[in-house]
Write a protein that binds this ligand. Sequence first.
Ligand SMILES: Cc1cc2nc3c(=O)[nH]c(=O)nc-3n(C[C@H](O)[C@H](O)[C@H](O)COP(=O)(O)OP(=O)(O)OC[C@H]3O[C@@H](n4cnc5c(N)ncnc54)[C@H](O)[C@@H]3O)c2cc1C
Length: 399
Amino acid sequence: MVRKLDIAVCGAGIGGLSAAILLARQGNRVTLFDQYAETGPVGSGLMLQSTGLAVLGAMGLSERVLALGSRLERLWGKSTPKDRTVLDVRFEKLRAGHFGLGVQRQMLFDTLYDAAMAENVPLETSRRIESVDRQSGQIIFETGQFVGGFDLVVDALGVRSPLTRAPKRELAYGALWTTLPWPGDGPFDKTALEQRYRAARQMAGVMASGRVDDSAPESLTYFWSIRIDQYERWRATSLDSWKADAETLWPQTRPLLDQIDSHDQMVFARYRHRTHPDPVGGPKLVHIGDAWHAASPQLGQGANMALLDAYALALALDVTNEVSLALARYRSLRKSHIGLYQMMSWLFTPVYQGDSRVMAWLRDYLAAPLTRIPPAPKLLAGMVTGAFGSPLKDLGLRD
Ligand SMILES: Cc1cc2nc3c(=O)[nH]c(=O)nc-3n(C[C@H](O)[C@H](O)[C@H](O)COP(=O)(O)OP(=O)(O)OC[C@H]3O[C@@H](n4cnc5c(N)ncnc54)[C@H](O)[C@@H]3O)c2cc1C
């Protein structure tokens, strides 16, 4: 009989919960650890792509997610003051009927959390992890307590994981995010993630993000990009002067801005770019999700990537419980897709978030017309939906 493994999953976010569900279903003894005292994520809505949706489908969780999410068919960006469309990515150009899904982070978290609890995975909260002994699989907590040694430790601790030494590069721009009720009477396109740009230094966005549960109202996520070094100044300035600026960029957002009464209503997110060269951190340590690779959410792939990583790890461990062989298989299943998207994110982020006027001009007057000429629309759709590099085929999944 095949020996089942004793696995610690560090971090109960999107990647960690998904890995725990899949690994527990294989019969492994899985324990989840997280620093939070109360369960639940904070922050923005996010866009699930067909990649992430395929993994959720394979986990038997897509019905609820599809019912509560909001179907998105297009990424549509205009620059001011000339109101020129400079980005128009239609997902159907990849394949008829292709779509993304705007969801509330809370809804995705609840879905994964409930599934992990249904598998009876123990979740130890208020457990802030400090380090791991890579040889013995022992986990050391901030309190000095330790537990172990596990056959395998999965690092799903996100971009600030203390279990990797890969350098993190903080990006100059982050964003302010809030969730508001979806205005039924317009003026936004519910099937689009809409953005407005002022050169590349300012971006506002509106995305339908569905419902958090069956009884909740439809929502949208509004975001406003901001230089990290301007955040404190923004907090110290009156909301009215910021709202006037935001209204100039995108007049139709005035009714949304009217619902923002305090600076605290806007959650501040910093973005970091980091790629750990090797997801295998030692004989008993493996990194998944943002702990392996983090990028600005410009291409909106992070949550989808975390789901793909979790699925690939489970797939590799399904074939063999020889940990070293399984980790090598996991690495080969995911490495090229990760490398491709880290590179594309690094290349494209400054085009939409940066201080260069030249870059913005090239985007609006050179790149935008070119993106309308075939095969560019299909290529763009492939890039934004995460389909480049055929990650699903590698995992035996279909969208
Ligand atoms: C503003 C914003 C918008 C985004 N939009 C999108 C989008 O549209 N589409 C998309 O696909 N992705 C998006 N992303 C990226 C996505 O949110 C991340 O890639 C995804 O959450 C990564 O999942 P993860 O499981 O690796 O890490 P996380 O979800 O960050 O989970 C990490 C977990 O580890 C815990 N933890 C951390 N440190 C410790 C410690 N020392 N000890 C114990 N526990 C710890 C945390 O409490 C957390 O629960 C966005 C990100 C941001 C910031």
